[in-house]
Design a protein around this ligand. Sequence first.
Ligand code: NAI
Length: 343
Amino acid sequence: MIHKVTLIPGDGIGPEVINATVRVLEATGVKFEWETHQAGADAYAKTKQYIPKELYESVERTRLGLKGPVTTPIAGGFASINVTLRKKFELFANFRPIRNLPNIKTNYPGIDLVIVRENTEGEYSGIEHEVVPGVVESLKIITEKASTRIARFAFDYARRDHRKKIHAIHKANIMKLTDGLFLRCCRDTAEIYPDIQYAEHIVDNTCMQLVTNPYQYDVMVMENLYGDIISDLCAGFVGGLGLVPGANLGHECAIFEAVHGSAPDIAGKDLANPTAVMQSAVLMLRHIGETAAAERMHAALQRVYSEGKKTTRDIGGKSGTSEFADAVIQALETSKEPAGAGR
Ligand code: NAI
């Protein structure tokens, strides 16, 4: 079987980490047909569209995407490509597992938690306007439909993956209507899943709890903005943004991408760590049913980290993006050999 995938290399470090990941995916032996499309400023320069219609058509056809980060201009310019794609394709769940890799020394060993972020509304609804000069307004949209949908996703995932506890993260003490509705949907959903423990934490306290005792968390479900911020915080537990994967999941399609952005400070220098996109690709392989290849790619990554010889600079190593990819491919290929071969 050949899997058709819409490939969005992105910009900044995007093309480097995506190329490295595609090389590893191809080395798994799974057959892919890549439909490559640009998005953002690069796409605009060529097509006068930030998201070319061919990209939309491709995702509609393939229902599967692998995406690099895309730079979003600050305080002006075009709307976030990421937010636009998530809304357009109803990729309502942003799934971000946070786990340590072997051999990376951090202050927090043994982390294993999952962030489930609502991906289509909240403060990221993109409805802002100037009321009068000097006064601007931004609408935070929270709906029962989207809140229940994300809560159900979190509980279903917890049950499927034998997770024990879900924390709903909120600020309903201040945003009584919006976060209040989100929380009510989480509570109502929790009642349908008595086998999963349920608790609630206010988001500011959550940040303190996370840095003092992250081990109390298992699955965390939260609105869009909180999920964005807390994901980066949690990436710090396991060694940084170069490592943490993500999946944007909907009922119809899925786009896999790392938590990190386009990292303009290191772009084009072969310095970026492609692990986060590679781990996102492992999630993609599982999603499309290529479980054996997913486990081999996962094992190859674990092996490269266990050996610790070919790691990138963000975690104290010396290898470049492509050298790291070579090491993962080599680990994959040696895992194909029968036991004892080459000794
Ligand atoms: P960033 O995640 O790009 O970078 C933050 C820091 O982490 C930088 O020091 C960077 O060098 C480092 N870093 C990130 N990924 C790395 C990797 N793979 N290997 C090694 N080091 C890595 O966040 P920043 O600088 O706030 O955002 C840059 C741009 O990315 C912005 O335009 C932002 O809007 C966009 N962005 C896009 C996302 C997406 O396309 N999904 C997600 C987050 C941000």
